[in-house]
Design a protein around this ligand. Structure first.
Ligand code: 9D3
Length: 245
């Protein structure tokens, strides 16, 4: 019997700016996969769930302070609409979230569907996050003006893991990250450019030497640029050595 077709990965983006989508996700790899029906994108306009004649979605923070906060009642109605068939988790893109990593991306790619809540202003009323047990994810310690560009980055990272989006290289490329090292540097033609020569070893055709050189370069880059990653790599390497008889 033939396998049942896997239902396409569906992402529903809740936003005050639905016209931002698909934006860059309509181009290149993700865009082609969208056209091919490998994934599906829906936007939910949060403002459509406001109840008053001014279609208010935000209000001043209790306790005072700057900015505005998105109302829980409006957000909850938008989330209910997005979860129509009840599939998949809800993620709030937030500077207070846990960091997005490739491991998190893999988990999200394994879900049948995902709802992404994009905040604007100072953020959303905490009670809607509590009431629905919403997971919060951040891209890192820098300030965006809203969740939409973060949602786009997250979607891009998930889509390239979906079956049929990238060919076999995806797994190899994942492995290099899995190994916990930054990539080695890349070179292409011309072999000399502005007086700069491509490292001789890469032109040697000596595959063992090339492999060793690339590993050394990857280790040096990781040690210099990402001491946090380097410490984990060294600890893991020592653990593996320690297990040997
Ligand atoms: C100017 C307001 N900030 C006080 C220092 C708090 C703040 C509120 C809302 C900062 C950023 C935002 C909007 N950011 C996001 O929605 C966001 C985000 C980010 O800013 N950095 C990294 N990842 C993410 S995910 C969503």
């Amino acid at each position: 019997m033939a396998d049942a077709p896997s239902p396409r990965w569906t992402v529903r983006v809740l936003t005050l700016f639905p016209e931002m989508f698909p934006g860059p996700l309509g181009q290149s790899l993700a865009g082609k996969a969208l056209e091919a029906g490998i994934w599906d994108l829906e936007t939910v306009d949060i403002r459509g769930f406001a109840r008053d004649k001014h279609r208010t979605v935000d209000d001043a923070p209790f306790g005072g302070g700057p900015g505005m906060v998105m109302r829980p009642d409006v957000l909850d109605a938008a989330i209910s609409a997005a979860l129509g068939d009840g599939r998949g988790p809800v993620v709030y893109l937030s500077p207070r979230g846990r960091l997005l990593t490739q491991a998190v991306v893999r988990e999200l790619a394994a879900q049948p569907a995902l709802a992404l809540l994009c905040g604007r202003y100072e953020g959303v009323d905490e009670r809607v996050l509590e009431a629905r047990g919403i997971d919060e994810i951040s891209l890192g310690d820098f300030v965006l003006s809203g969740g939409e560009p973060a949602a786009m980055a997250l979607i891009d990272a998930v889509v390239r893991l979906l079956p049929g989006v990238v060919g076999a290289p995806a797994t190899l490329d994942e492995e290099s990250f899995e190994r916990g090292l930054l990539e080695y540097p890349h070179y292409t033609r011309p072999a000399e450019w502005l007086g700069r020569q491509v490292p001789e070893v890469l032109i040697s055709g000596h595959h063992e030497r090339i492999k060793a050189w690339r590993l050394a370069q990857a280790e040096a880059a990781t040690k210099n640029r990402r001491p946090d990653m380097w410490a984990r790599y060294v600890a893991e390497r020592n653990r593996e050595e320690g297990r040997r008889p």
